[in-house]
Ligand binder design. Structure first.
Ligand code: SAH
Length: 238
């Protein structure tokens, strides 16, 4: 079943339309025709099985056959704040993998050891959209504008499990902390290639984050993010 995206504004009770880039993907790339069955997701938690009724030059008109709420979505809401990487391909990879793993928000962080940011939010948001469709999710992770660690820490993230994986911490492990209590939401804060400074870690702890270990080995940022998100997703599943 191929997945396509259309925003909630294009959906009414028993029908929806697909336009723009998604229409081009539907017709030119996937070569869909009238009466073909496809699945359309709205990015805010709804998936619709539809049949294409009419294709004109720019719009596909589809009849909704059935609706699935939060199809393939995790039960824990995870926000990943992560230092922007010098290696853009690795950050692209990180955005794609964490989307597949079920993250809902990605915040590119500017920290003492990140290089000036090149404003790639649109690119990363497009990667998240493609990954959402590929993996069969119906929630589109929001990739925010890059922000400094301190502006990120100022947000309260009330009631969330707040974790900062740090390679200089031997315990507790992230598993131990995540299993302690079931949290509906979690916020992860992962450092860039050069890691966080001790002062940055201290500021995160003051802001309510717990420093946790991801094991004895020093993981690259993308590995640490993927490992931490995976462990939270598994501990969050009931
Ligand atoms: N500062 C390290 C590398 C940082 S790795 C060095 O000296 O090379 C990038 C980020 O991954 C870290 O900021 C931390 O958030 C996370 N990380 C890497 N290995 C980790 C581990 N074993 N436990 C917890 N977090 C880890």
């Amino acid at each position: 079943m191929e997945y396509f995206y259309t925003p909630p504004s294009h959906i009414v009770t028993d029908s929806l339309t697909i336009e723009g880039e998604e229409f081009a993907h539907l017709t030119h790339v996937m070569r869909k025709k009238t009466s073909d069955a496809i699945r359309v997701v709205d990015g805010i938690g709804n998936a619709y099985d539809v049949v294409i009724q009419e294709l004109n030059k720019h719009v596909a008109h589809c009849a909704i056959q059935s609706h699935h709420h939060r199809l393939h979505e995790p039960s824990i809401d995870v926000t990943l704040a992560v230092g922007v990487l010098k290696n853009h391909a690795k950050f692209d990879f990180l955005v794609e993998k964490c989307t597949e793993l079920g993250v809902n928000t990605i915040i590119p962080l500017l920290t003492e050891r990140t290089i000036p940011h090149h404003g790639k939010t649109d690119r990363w948001q497009k990667l998240a959209l493609a990954a959402m469709k590929q993996c069969g999710r119906c929630v589109l992770p929001h990739v925010s504008e890059a922000q400094t660690l301190d502006s990120f820490l100022k947000k309260t993230h009330a009631s969330s499990l707040k974790l900062i994986p740090h390679e200089k911490v031997e315990s507790p492990s992230i598993m131990h902390v995540a299993k302690e209590k079931h949290f509906p939401s979690a916020v992860l804060c992962v450092g860039p290639e050069g890691g966080f400074t001790e002062n940055e870690v201290a500021r995160a702890i003051t802001a309510g984050f717990s420093a946790v270990s991801l094991g004895k080995r020093r993981l690259r940022t993308e590995t640490a993010a993927i490992a931490a998100v995976s462990l939270l997703m598994m501990s969050g599943e009931r």
